[in-house]
Design a protein around this ligand. Structure first.
Ligand code: PBG
Length: 331
């Protein structure tokens, strides 16, 4: 029964009707908020490449975490900027490392907030690659051992979830075994399973001071042209013991998120990365689009594609906005 019996506009007549038939909705509980931690005290320094984001010290990160939790956001993911870097990235597993300190302080202030740590060496190595270099290439198996050491040190500090983002083969299994052996059977793993070699990490690499000093990451991160390979990566990580799998970046890879959701019965996370954040921020600053609408549309598209969890620098702004809109509509 086509037109005029069928009129698609009938259900678009007003906002209440549209709300009734709306398929996808966003909530603060979908979000994970990334925090950048550096050594020091009482720091909250704006990050130049990512307006709206800050470098915190462990003490101010704890205060920030409490605010994040009060907005209904269930989790943070921590990235560390160490005091010094070396060839193996040894500050990554230091007991008094900056992330380890931040985990302890956040857990003390706000024990219910889920604390996730990014497990990678690129912020800690002096060459900026995600592992140790042997013969001009990142050495896979040697790197896995160091990642496991790092994950254990985060678990000892009290983290809930470790998130390896290095893209070495077999690292999820090596980390899972190490956690079990050391008595951390309840520390979960969120694997950056399908992580692409993307230009959209640009602003983050400034913020985390983690750009590679030579070459690029195409030797370990995925080729943007491939999606079947992403399904293999995810399957392997699930087999090795990942509790949550991730697709990263989100926007250029919505098809990958969609396929992953259809195929795997594990929570799917998507990382709305720094370059995606800055596309919206920059366009809005140039007066080209409405920042809040663009933000919500981006986040909604990631959720609609199938993501259960969205890691986003917009988390706080979006949570505040959703609270307001909810109040307005329910009045
Ligand atoms: C570390 C890591 C990166 C991001 C998250 N973890 C950078 C990279 O792989 O170069 C990027 C996050 C973002 O762009 O927001 N390996």
């Amino acid at each position: 029964m086509a037109f005029p019996h069928t009129r698609m506009r009938r259900l678009r007549k007003n906002e209440t009707l549209r709300k009734l038939v709306r398929q996808t909705s966003l909530s603060a509980s979908d979000f994970v908020y990334p925090l950048f931690i550096r050594t020091g005290r009482e720091l909250k320094e704006p990050i130049e490449s990512m307006p709206g984001c800050f470098h915190f010290s462990p003490d101010t990160a704890a205060a920030e975490a409490a605010e994040i939790f009060s907005l209904g956001i269930p989790a943070v993911i921590l990235f560390g900027l160490p005091e010094r870097k070396d060839a193996t990235g040894s500050q990554a597993w230091a007991k008094e490392g900056v992330v380890q300190q931040a985990v302890r302080q956040i857990k003390k202030t706000c024990s219910d907030l889920v604390v996730i740590t990014d497990v990678c060496l690129c912020e800690y190595t002096d060459h900026g690659h995600c592992g140790v270099i042997r013969d001009g290439r990142v050495d896979n198996d040697a790197t896995c051992e160091l990642l496991a050491k790092t994950a254990i040190s985060h678990a000892q500090a009290g983290v809930d979830v470790v998130a390896p983002s290095d893209m070495m083969d077999g690292r999820v299994g090596v980390i899972r075994n190490a956690l079990e052996k050391n008595g951390f059977k309840d520390t979960a793993i969120m694997a950056y399973s399908a992580k692409y070699a993307s230009a959209f990490y640009g602003p983050f690499r400034d913020a985390a001071e983690s750009a590679p000093a030579f070459g690029d990451r195409k030797d370990y991160q995925m080729d943007p042209a491939n999606s079947a390979e992403a399904m293999r990566e995810i399957a392997l990580d699930v087999e090795e013991g990942a509790d949550i799998v991730m697709v990263k970046p989100a926007l250029c890879y919505l098809d990958v998120i969609y396929q992953a959701k259809k195929r795997f019965n594990v929570p799917i996370a998507a990382y709305n990365v720094s370059g995606e954040y800055m596309m919206v921020k920059s366009a809005a600053k140039a007066g080209l689009m409405n920042s809040e609408q663009a933000m919500l549309e981006v986040l909604l598209s990631i959720k609609r594609a199938g993501a259960d969890i969205i890691i986003t620098y917009f988390a706080k702004t979006a949570a505040e906005l959703l609270k307001l809109t909810h109040r307005k509509v329910s009045k």
